[in-house]
Design a protein around this ligand. Structure first.
Ligand code: SAM
Length: 278
């Protein structure tokens, strides 16, 4: 692929050729939708703010579409890929583009990885076109367990992005947004049509910028907060005095300055925090 050596970007014909020549069958279970639009790669890299010398984690590099853009900035990229069948194609792409020395490829499942060993004491950016089936739990687990991951620019399914970034009062406000708020702020910074992938996913995607708070927003243990939030939204049409019965009394709910007749979706993260502090 002589063009790749010059442009250091993958186009649709190149991604198609790699799939064919490496005998790949993109797996829906692994969320394999490969980016094949260099302009979108450049936009993601720009929005991520990644610069030369930064340490970047990419989850699910696939055939390297985004990895090329990240390594091209001069950043050091650690790319974690679960599917071993993609790794020969990925390695070929990075070597042809002359960027292999800036990328460490790790063959592992990001959901079951010894992250502590990988991250050491440094702080890292996460930039990824996430596998859609695990995007929400993966983001929430990494925020909870890996404080070294301080900034995220991730592509997720449009609806998952809206749910993670929603504020109280919004139609998409729910468990993911309230749990995320404990650790970070999130906003959708752009949307991406399904036409820029091969194969095409069914729905559009969102680019989500997540910035970790210096310290958690809530001054109460996360597990306690999460238990209350899950109980409240588990019965989201019910008033809190019903949905939280067994966890908090009506008097305790009032003591936190919350109306027992409110419903889960009426409460801002800080109010969930006040309940968790009891
Ligand atoms: N970054 C590539 C791109 O933009 O073209 C591929 C993105 S594709 C949406 C998701 C990638 O994540 C696939 O390469 C898939 O094999 C990989 N993947 C799926 N589940 C994973 C997991 N649990 N851990 C690491 N990688 C995973």
């Amino acid at each position: 692929m002589p063009e790749l050596a010059q442009t250091r970007r993958l186009t649709r014909p190149m991604v198609g050729e790699l799939i064919e020549r490496h005998g790949l069958q993109p797996s829906r279970a692994l969320g394999q939708n490969f980016l094949c639009e260099p302009g979108v790669v450049d936009k993601i890299v720009r929005l991520s703010g990644v610069q030369a010398g930064d340490d970047v984690i990419e989850i699910g590099p696939g055939l390297g579409s985004l990895t090329l853009g990240l390594a091209d900035t001069g950043a050091r990229v650690t790319a974690i890929e679960a599917d071993r069948y993609l790794i020969p194609g990925l390695t070929e792409v990075l070597e042809t583009a002359g960027l292999a020395d800036r990328v460490t490829v790790v063959h592992a499942d990001a959901m079951h990885l010894d992250w502590g060993e990988l991250l050491g004491g440094r702080s890292w950016n996460v930039v990824a076109n996430l596998p859609y089936n695990v995007s929400t739990p993966l983001v929430l687990d990494l925020l909870r367990d890996q404080p070294a991951l301080t900034q995220f620019l991730v592509m997720v399914q449009h609806e998952a992005g809206a749910r993670l970034a929603a504020g109280s009062g919004s139609r998409t406000y729910g468990i993911p947004s309230v749990l995320l708020s404990y650790w970070a702020t999130a906003r959708v910074v752009d949307t991406v049509p399904n036409s820029v992938f091969l194969p095409r996913p069914r729905v559009a995607s969102a680019l989500l910028k997540i910035e970790r708070h210096e310290r958690p927003l809530i001054d109460a243990p996360f597990d306690r907060y999460a238990t209350l939030v899950r109980a409240g939204f588990g019965q989201r049409r019910k008033m809190l005095r019903r949905s939280l019965a067994g966890l908090l009394s009506v008097e305790q709910i009032e003591q936190a300055g919350v109306a027992p007749t409110d419903r889960a979706e009426d409460l801002a993260p800080e109010q969930w925090g006040a309940l968790a502090q009891l």
